[in-house]
Write a protein that binds this ligand. Structure first.
Ligand code: GTP
Length: 324
């Protein structure tokens, strides 16, 4: 069974499959991009030249047998100098609050500095999002230095994200060399352990050729969550089943047909998405369609179906978070 088959029937995902969004953060030069590429592999790395239409730009998707990590960029942490005080705090909390886990990159070959500490303090505000510390570029340090850095990083976690700030430190600390390919799979594995039990969020094939498909699904998901994010934080998945230019249209008046399924876990959630007399679904469709048209520059016919994929999150922790 391929990932795509699973997407057609999310309840067919293997027991314990996990999927979710991960943001790699860290000060400039910490090795985020290199690690992203090493994790994703060339084949599916997405470097979309499209304008950023969602709050998170997808940088790449890591597909494995038992998990799918969607690596996203998070604005805010990259330019602390241009955003001050509460505004920055809000932005970081808002955008990072939406990911399932954060990978915090700290180079093995440089002392922990004020930049790292600053970012750790920002991360401390995300009280529920697990943070995995990644000690990068281990090939540039000798084993003793790496060991020392692992200790220093653990200590930073205990201090800044520790009990004093109602936290439990870093969820894990993992050394990695993206350039040498050392422990890259361990990073993927440890990050995946922080994700909710969920079927894959995106199809596995041809992602480089069709970043549009992902962007379109994300636009629909964003629209579906608008205003109900608190009620349905992680229980909405969108799969674009078909996206084709309609045949027999005059060349100067193209129309793109988009068929997409919005998956929720329960009938009650389906009711929320659809709204009274279908009013919310109509709104979602309009908002998503406008976004897709803006993204692709083509008029769009959007067909949205809402489907219940029962129990696609069997993890008790997740269910708790959803208020069950
Ligand atoms: N030796 C070695 N060098 C690395 C490794 N990872 C990254 N680098 C180098 O470190 C530099 C910065 O890496 P990037 O991946 O661009 O870092 P970044 O965090 O994305 O940087 P910004 O885009 O500035 O935020 C580059 O010259 C990389 O080649 C590694 O595992 N080993």
């Amino acid at each position: 069974m391929t990932t795509d088959d699973l997407l057609l029937d999310p309840s067919a995902a293997p027991e314990g499959f996990r999927a979710g969004f991960v943001s790699l953060v860290g000060r400039p030069n910490a090795g985020k991009s290199t690690l992203t590429n090493a994790l994703v592999g060339q084949k599916v790395a997405i470097t979309s030249s499209k304008p950023q239409t969602t709050r998170h730009t997808i940088r790449g998707i890591v597909h494995r047998e038992m998990f799918q990590l969607v690596l996203v960029d998070t604005p805010g942490l990259h330019r602390p100098r241009t955003l001050l005080g509460q505004r920055l705090n809000d932005l970081v909390a808002e955008t990072l609050g939406e990911v399932d886990a954060v990978g915090f990159c700290i180079p093995a070959d440089e002392k922990i500095g004020p930049g790292d500490r600053f970012i750790a303090q920002q991360l401390a505000m995300l009280n529920r999002t697990p943070v995995v510390a990644l000690v990068t570029k281990t090939d540039k340090a000798n084993p003793a230095q790496v060991a020392e850095q692992l200790l220093a990083v653990t200590e930073l976690g205990d201090q800044v994200l520790g009990p004093e700030n109602k936290g439990t430190g870093f969820a894990a600390v993992v050394p990695v060399s993206a350039v040498k390919g050392h422990q890259v799979e361990d990073v993927a594995q440890v990050l995946s352990e922080q994700l909710p039990v969920s079927p894959p969020l995106y199809p596995s094939g041809e992602l480089t050729d069709e970043p549009e498909l992902i962007m379109v699904a994300e636009l629909i998901r964003e629209a579906a969550l608008e205003g109900v994010r608190d009620e349905l934080p992680h229980s909405v998945a969108v799969v674009v089943e078909e996206m084709n230019l309609r045949e027999d249209r005059p060349q100067d008046r193209p129309l793109l047909d988009v068929y997409a399924n919005v998956f929720v876990e329960r009938d009650s959630q389906k009711a929320i998405i659809i709204g009274k007399g279908g009013s919310r679904l109509k709104q979602i469709g309009q908002q998503a369609r406008t976004g897709i048209e803006r993204l692709l520059g083509t008029p769009v016919y959007l067909d949205l179906r809402v489907k219940v994929a029962k129990e696609w999150q069997r993890d008790p922790k997740q269910l708790g978070r959803l208020g069950f």
